[in-house]
Design a protein around this ligand. Structure first.
Ligand code: RIB
Ligand code: CA
Length: 313
């Protein structure tokens, strides 16, 4: 089967790093045309540097990294998540300075150019604030017909994480999320409802570390750091790796279940800015625009994560 053409837009970020390493391990399944970075967990200069570092860790220097937007479409309150990702975005590990430089082309221009030039439709994996994607859609609406699907981590049916109402990626750029949600592109949403079911317990971390290669050790170190915050905040026995669900869905969609729903995002609320409105029961039979994932085969997910990391041995 021909590998799926993919652009991976992210804000690495500890869980973005895991999602990228899982994707980089499968060149036979995923033809990653480029990694594009956005400001989010940490400022753009760090997310971009981390994109290069993670590609190098994976031995995937063949994949170009493009820096994108460092701020949301409409500036608003910035809430730091350094407690989860560290100051530079990859807490728990220290990778060497990358040998490669970032591409000179802006991520938004790369996304537009690549989509317009491609003879096949391209999937977008999105694990940060959706600013780059929204900018590309506004700048060049013709790209809509060249996008096969956008699989994104963001939003939630129920409570938020960065505020009581909103999930971080949607909170950081709600207007960008609104552009994507109203784009008529095939959308699949990995919200907190499904990502919070995946907890990196000590046993799961031990299984990761026992793989014994540098990539699995890095994932163990990253998740050990980022997990501490979640364990304390949510009083659970491990952390969440939100973004890894996007790559897992790309590789094994059968692990996940959900349904097509009408979904919108709050862009004018004071206390609810960035809140996702998911009409799960769609009682009025409104037009649906997003496949909202709500459950996952938890053990199957962790088996897949281990399988991905073992491919580096
Ligand atoms: O709410 C979780 C999301 O916000 C993840 O993508 C994490 O990396 C942060 O960006
Ligand atoms: Ca992220």
């Amino acid at each position: 089967m021909k590998p799926r053409a993919l652009i991976f837009d992210c804000d690495p970020g500890t869980d973005d790093a895991v999602a990228l390493l899982m994707a980089f391990a499968h060149p036979e399944r995923l033809n990653i045309l480029g990694v594009t970075t956005v400001g989010g967990n940490v400022p753009l200069k760090y997310t971009s540097l981390n994109g290069l570092k993670i590609a190098e860790l994976a031995g995937r220097e063949d994949i170009p990294v493009f820096a994108g937007c460092d701020r949301p479409l409409v500036k608003h309150e910035y809430l730091s998540v350094e407690q989860i990702h560290g100051k530079t975005g990859l807490a728990g590990v220290s990778f060497p300075e990358p040998k490669r430089a970032l591409e000179s082309e802006h991520a938004v221009d790369f996304i537009i150019r690549t989509l317009l030039q491609s003879s096949e439709k391209i999937t977008l994996a999105v694990t940060g604030p959706q600013t780059n994607i929204a900018m590309a859609l506004v700048k060049e609406p013709k790209i809509v017909s060249k996008i096969d699907e956008i699989i994104f981590m963001g939003g939630s049916i129920t409570e938020g994480n960065i505020t009581p109402a909103a999930e971080f990626n949607f909170f950081m750029d709600p207007h960008a999320a609104h552009v994507v949600l109203s784009s008529k592109i095939k959308l699949t949403m990995m919200g907190l409802d499904v990502t919070h079911q995946l907890v990196t317990t000590p046993a799961r971390l031990k299984a990761i570390q026992s793989i014994g290669n540098k990539q699995s050790q890095a994932v163990f170190d990253i998740l050990s750091f980022s997990g501490a915050y979640d364990m304390n905040r949510y009083e659970i026995e491990g952390g969440h790796i939100h973004d890894a669900t996007v790559t897992a869905y790309l590789l094994k969609p059968e692990l996940f279940q959900g349904r097509e729903c009408p979904v919108d995002v709050e862009i004018s609320g004071q206390m609810t800015m960035g809140r996702t409105l998911v009409d799960w029961y769609n009682s009025n039979n409104n037009e649906t625009n997003v496949k909202v994932i709500r459950s996952v085969d938890i053990e199957g997910f962790y088996d897949l994560l281990l399988e991905c990391l073992k491919k580096y041995s």
